[in-house]
Design a protein. Structure first.
Length: 94
């Protein structure tokens, strides 16, 4: 019985402590990486490649921003809560 406990402790100590960013491929401690879109990303790459929807707080790829640079929105929030002014293209909350 004690043998099994020792094995469990040994297995736990072999857990990876670092990971690679899926964008820049640099290695970082796991606590400095965040999972996004099914892969680990470093904070620097997340800042450069993603944005936070200002309505729901969900992280999205910058090129999937359905709002504007000043009002970033995921597609769902834009479709359900916003519209664009036909005269000036400003994003407006409904």
């Amino acid at each position: 019985m004690c043998k099994n406990k020792k094995l469990s402790i040994e297995k736990a100590s072999h857990q990876p402590t670092t990971g690679k960013c899926a964008i820049c491929f640099e290695e970082f401690p796991l606590e400095e990486l965040e999972e996004f879109d099914g892969e680990l990303r470093c904070l620097s790459c997340l800042e450069a490649e993603t944005i936070i929807c200002c309505h729901c707080g969900r992280r999205i790829w910058i090129d999937e921003n359905a709002g504007s640079s000043s009002v970033p929105l995921c597609e769902r929030c834009f479709d359900n809560h916003y519209t664009t002014c036909t005269d000036c293209d400003r994003v407006l909350h409904r």
